[in-house]
Design a protein around this ligand. Structure first.
Ligand SMILES: NC(=O)c1ccc[n+]([C@@H]2O[C@H](COP(=O)([O-])OP(=O)(O)OC[C@H]3O[C@@H](n4cnc5c(N)ncnc54)[C@H](OP(=O)(O)O)[C@@H]3O)[C@@H](O)[C@H]2O)c1
Length: 336
């Protein structure tokens, strides 16, 4: 695995980030530890978790694993924003919840500081000035090294960056968006903002929760038993069977299998490599239930899809757009 730089920070991270969302949920602590060990052996140093993953258990598993390691060797990312309790202030990006959130995350991670503290999504109830000033305080206090945003829209990200600049506060150094072959709307505005503003990009759900893992094929009538997608259907999550069992998905999956066969790689490796080939992307965040899946996904590095293979994948996965994302408002410099 290669080491790259997170946006404009100078912070060095592995080109794959390890996602800890399954830890303490479908993946036991023992298996989670083995996955983290394997990640490190492969050259990884970048781990992403969140306070809400298994209501804190994921952070605790990462913290216990880290306890006999050299803390400086790792870049640990976590998040705040979603509900951690039932009380009115157990949620959001207010000063009150962020100050409580960081204290609790540090305890669970058994750490003195967090490398990348991310807001998990926009909070419509809290002024962005308050959120950014609080995050800036955390950096000044040495509790946080860098701050990041996740699940923002284009205008929200630009507004946050401009607010930081206006007030002289720390700015978000990276975006964690959903981005994969089935979800390319992230390209419409967000990747432009990141490229122009020098932000790193760490895509979540590179396999769209399993849809691009190779276990889904055209002609299936239901998700395989015991998978995330089966659960998503029951729980009404966005990656549900109902939301993705459509022609667009099967076109993308057909192209994925065709390219995988040609490249001599697995579908999961191809889907992740497609992200690695995008120069705006810093590090896709891998998700895995077990070691077998994780080893498969690690095989996404060390090679590159050809231009022709990228074209096949891009053609199948291009989503229909209308104004202002079509050519109507897409002025090239030379036309102005
Ligand atoms: N910021 C956010 O809002 C947000 C949201 C989601 C995730 N994330 C971050 O992104 C990370 C990755 O997200 P994700 O878990 O959704 O990633 P993903 O790679 O899209 O999906 C992972 C799931 O796909 C299946 N899978 C993965 N590799 C496979 C393989 N090689 N063969 C067969 N099946 C395979 C497994 O589910 P089954 O075995 O159940 O099929 C696995 O749990 C998370 O850990 C988290 O850190 C962030």
């Amino acid at each position: 695995m290669e080491i790259t730089v997170l946006g404009n920070t100078g912070l060095k991270v592995s080109e794959l980030c390890l996602g800890a969302m399954t830890f303490g949920r479908e993946t036991s602590e023992k298996d989670s530890g083995a996955i983290m060990d394997t990640f490190v052996e492969a050259g990884g140093n970048f781990i992403d978790t969140a306070d809400v993953y298994s209501r804190g258990t994921s952070e605790e598993i990462v913290g216990r694993w880290l306890s006999d390691k050299r803390r400086e060797d790792f870049v640990i990312a976590t998040k705040v924003r979603f509900p951690m309790g039932e009380a009115p202030n157990d949620v959001g990006l207010s000063r009150k919840h962020i100050m409580h959130g960081i204290e609790q995350s540090l305890k669970r991670l058994d750490a003195d500081y967090i490398d990348l503290y991310q807001v998990h999504a926009w909070d419509p109830l809290t002024p962005i000035e308050q959120t950014l000033r609080t995050l800036d305080d955390l950096v000044r206090q040495g509790l946080v090294r860098f701050i990041g945003a996740s699940n923002f829209k284009g205008w929200q990200l630009q507004k946050a960056l401009d607010t930081s600049d206006r007030l002289g506060l720390e700015r978000f150094v990276c975006l964690q968006p959903q981005y994969n072959l089935l979800s390319r709307a992230t390209e419409w505005e967000l990747l432009d903002v990141c490229a122009r503003e020098g932000l790193g990009v760490i895509p979540w759900s590179p396999l769209r929760g399993g849809w691009l893992s190779g276990k889904f094929r055209r002609g299936m009538t239901e998700p395989p038993k015991g998978t995330r997608i089966e659960l998503a259907e029951k729980e009404g999550w966005s990656e549900s069977w109902a939301n993705y069992n459509n022609d667009f998905t099967w076109e993308v999956v057909d192209a994925l299998f065709a390219v995988a066969e040609q490249a001599g790689k697995t579908p999961a490796q191809v889907a992740i490599n497609w992200l690695l080939c995008n120069e705006t992307v810093t590090a896709p965040i891998l998700g895995a239930r077990n070691m077998e899946q994780f080893r498969d996904n690690l095989g996404a590095t060390g090679w590159r899809l050809t231009a022709e293979q990228l074209e096949t994948l891009n053609r199948a996965s291009t989503m229909a757009v209308s104004y202002p994302y079509d050519s109507g408002a897409n002025w090239q410099r030379t036309r102005e």
